[in-house]
Design a protein around this ligand. Structure first.
Ligand code: GLP
Length: 234
């Protein structure tokens, strides 16, 4: 196995374990941290908020944002990050794609942000179809930040946060798989039975663009923190 897998009891314990890795990275001089949204990193962010760790010298770079949602929309990833982390823990700078900006300008701008700030530690969740960020199955391993169309499976999975599936944006800006792979260290978090298949395919399956997270097998320093349910198919 190329991917180190740490199995924890549940999301609570996962948050604590992930916190230890973040703390260690900070102690080792982390300057740029790649951040993820979704429900999975919430327990980590709670640990970070409640800690005395200082991020005022760290630049935060988020993976993705829905296209069409203003940053103050309560389902935008910008809003999520402010509420779950940035209000309580000031960072030196925070970067997240602007869901209202035009495609050409925004993808070029964001790729430059990533180029100018090499990521020391990238946090990831994983979709039930093994997407990371919003890199859906079929995404090129060479991809950079771009506009992506969400799959029906992702829209279904994310509709719980909206009034109906019709309200879920169809497109997003997402950091690409090549940008994610350029991070020095990667920590992927996954909890719950509905992630078990994606985790198993990513860790043990063939490296294929049909399973975006499988590219992580090629990374030199990656850890998966998964609960027992998400580890059940390993
Ligand atoms: C979303 C995000 C991903 C996230 C994934 C899982 O669509 N773009 O970054 O990892 O889906 O979400 P959750 O953690 O809520 O299961």
């Amino acid at each position: 196995k190329n991917i180190e897998v740490v199995v924890v009891k549940d999301a609570q314990e996962g948050g604590k374990k992930a916190f230890e890795y973040v703390k260690q990275s900070l102690e080792e001089g982390m300057k740029v941290m790649g951040l993820a949204t979704g429900s999975t990193p919430e327990t980590l962010y709670t640990e970070l908020r409640n800690s005395d760790l200082d991020f005022s010298n760290v630049t935060a770079i988020n993976l993705d944002e829905y296209i069409g949602l203003p940053g103050d929309h309560d389902q935008s990833y910008s809003y999520f990050m402010n509420e779950n982390l940035f209000k309580a823990k000031p960072f030196k700078e925070t970067h997240i794609p602007n869901g209202l900006a035009s495609e050409e300008e925004e993808t070029a701008r964001y790729n430059k942000v990533i180029e100018d700030h090499p990521i020391d530690l990238q946090i990831l969740g994983i979709g039930t179809n093994a997407h990371v960020g919003f890199n859906e199955p079929g995404s090129s391993f060479d991809s950079l930040t771009r506009k992506v169309e969400l799959t029906e499976e992702t829209i279904e999975a994310n509709k719980r946060f909206f009034e109906s599936a019709d309200d879920v944006p169809r497109y997003a800006y997402s950091m690409g798989l090549a940008s994610i792979m350029s991070a020095d260290k990667i920590m992927l978090l996954a909890y719950g039975e509905n992630k078990a298949e994606a985790v198993a395919n990513a860790v043990n399956g063939p490296v294929t663009e049909e399973v975006p997270a499988s590219i992580l097998q090629k990374h030199k320093d990656v850890v998966f923190i998964v609960d027992e349910a998400a580890a059940s198919k390993l």
